[in-house]
Ligand binder design. Structure first.
Ligand SMILES: O=C(O)CCC(=O)C(=O)O
Ligand SMILES: [Fe+2]
Length: 465
């Protein structure tokens, strides 16, 4: 266990800016200052302890992971109060009519919008209508014909014992993901390309598999539903009925899938947002749940007031969260505003209801669209010579919503990164400058007010705040 206890490195400007340090596309993320990230470390050490307890312990020790770990060691069996507040306790459905929420839709209709969550509380949402009105997600229950869902589940359960835990370096700690994962792409040739050309956390991935027959069959059904729901989201929820800035106009066409297996209520994934490196800005993800029902928790990222506001992380993280219940055979569409503005997790559960086919396992497939123009042979490289990771700034109020390319070599155990940073440039449709059709209208990520030339920080190795 000692090996996991962190010894802090010096802050660097780049590290401060790197708000997310994901193990790959689906794992806990965070910067050294980021509570999520610290929670990820604690969660890997205390897989049986609820996120809420870990968060409370962390906050009670001013965000110090070592002190929180020591406290958890002292109190190995959490107090009844803490136990009662961990997940798995019966959820409550707050009455949404009691909240004042407004937004204006394309038709000019006014809707109420106000944060639904309250500090330290979890709001449980079950109905697809509540979910789509208050979260950047669409949930479709009973998505596939029952026999298709069941045979897809069986196909993946057969493979799931061969899935592995992600191992990655977080500062001075080697951390393992608290569930197992496998990566699938369209066919054998693409799997070979993935293994030799793509980089995750600064390293190649050894196990990439061609999608299984049922997965491919279902991918087509997911594609149709996701495109339909994205169109509806734009029409009914976005200002003026227009797509978001940096959202592509191209249809979503899944060509890669991470499959997650949670073997029992103690397996989970910490709060994170998914890596955008190969998906691009405003990514859409189609997430299919099979087997045991689990809670998908989300919370909006609250930017810090300023750099000296040292408690802002703590306060933002304690703002409260929304729990969406994902039963067997449900499709969750994560819309374009999700990865940049929200974080999501699968909370550990104290108790689960066994599934007739899966037992205590939950299988989740996240279908994704890898973009040809974000192939690592085209994207910026750091001084280590490695293709960079693409991130969006979430917490810093000044730079929130801006994208950057960064070195991620230091997430590979035993390797040091070079700290490379540069702001990313995308046009309004999310195309990078080297892509065919790039509209070179001087659009730099999330700021129209100055041209690229005026700002002069493109291909510069220091973030300008
Ligand atoms: O299991 C889930 O529903 C979420 C998985 C996830 O967040 C991911 O793969 O990035
Ligand atoms: Fe994710």
């Amino acid at each position: 266990m000692d090996a996991f206890i962190s010894r802090k490195r010096q802050h660097s400007t780049t590290e401060e800016l790197a708000e997310n340090a994901p193990p790959k596309d689906a794992a806990p993320t965070g910067s050294q200052d980021d509570t999520d990230f610290k929670l990820a470390i604690l969660a890997s050490l205390w897989p049986g302890v609820g996120q809420q307890t870990l968060l409370e312990t962390l906050l009670a020790h001013d965000g110090n992971v070592d002190a929180a770990t020591a406290a958890l060691v002292r109190d190995e069996s959490p107090s009844p109060r803490k136990k009662a507040r961990t997940t798995g306790a019966p959820g409550y459905q707050s009455s949404l009519s009691s909240f004042n929420i407004t937004s204006t839709t394309s038709s000019g209709e006014t809707r109420t919008i106000k944060p639904l969550t309250k500090k330290g509380r979890t709001l449980h949402l079950y109905s697809p209508t509540d979910i789509e009105q208050h979260c950047p997600c669409t949930l479709i229950h009973n998505f596939l014909p029952q026999d298709v869902a069941n045979s897809l589940l069986r196909e993946l359960l057969d493979e799931s014992p061969t899935y592995t835990r992600e191992t990655f370096q977080l500062f001075d700690n080697v951390v393992q993901s608290p569930h197992t994962i496998c990566f699938y792409v369209d066919d054998y040739d693409e799997a070979k390309r993935q293994k030799t050309e793509y980089i995750y956390n600064g390293a190649r991935v050894k196990d990439v598999r061609p999608s299984l027959p049922r997965m491919r069959e279902v991918s087509v059904i997911v594609q149709e539903a996701v495109n339909r729901e994205v169109d509806r989201r734009i029409r009914d929820f976005y200002p003026g009925g227009k797509k978001l800035k940096y959202q592509t106009e191209d249809p979503w066409a899944p060509n890669a899938a991470f499959v997650n297996c949670y073997d029992g209520g103690h397996e989970s994934v910490g709060y994170h947002s998914d890596q955008l490196t190969y998906l691009g800005p405003r990514a859409i993800i189609g997430s299919l749940s099979l087997g045991v029902e689990r809670e998908f928790r989300i919370r909006r990222v609250v930017p810090r007031d300023d750099e000296t506001d040292s408690d802002a992380d703590g306060r933002a993280d304690a703002e409260g969260q929304i729990a969406i219940h994902l039963p067997h055979n449900s499709l969750l569409v994560m819309h374009a505003e999700m990865q940049e503005e929200w974080k999501h997790s699968i909370a550990p559960a104290q108790s689960i209801t066994s599934h007739p086919i899966a037992g205590k396992k939950r299988i989740n497939i996240t279908y994704r669209h890898y973009r040809a123009h974000l192939h690592p042979k085209l994207t910026p490289r750091c001084k280590c010579g490695t293709p960079c990771v693409l991130r969006c700034v979430q917490r810093n109020k000044m730079t929130k919503g801006r994208y950057c390319w960064m070195c991620h070599v230091n997430y590979t155990p035993g390797r040091e990164g070079c700290g490379w940073f540069e702001w990313a440039v995308f046009d309004r449709d999310g195309r990078p400058s080297w892509a065919e059709g790039f509209k070179g209208d001087g659009v730099e990520s999330d700021d129209d007010s100055t041209s690229l030339k005026e700002r002069g920080n493109v291909h510069n190795n220091e973030p300008k705040q």
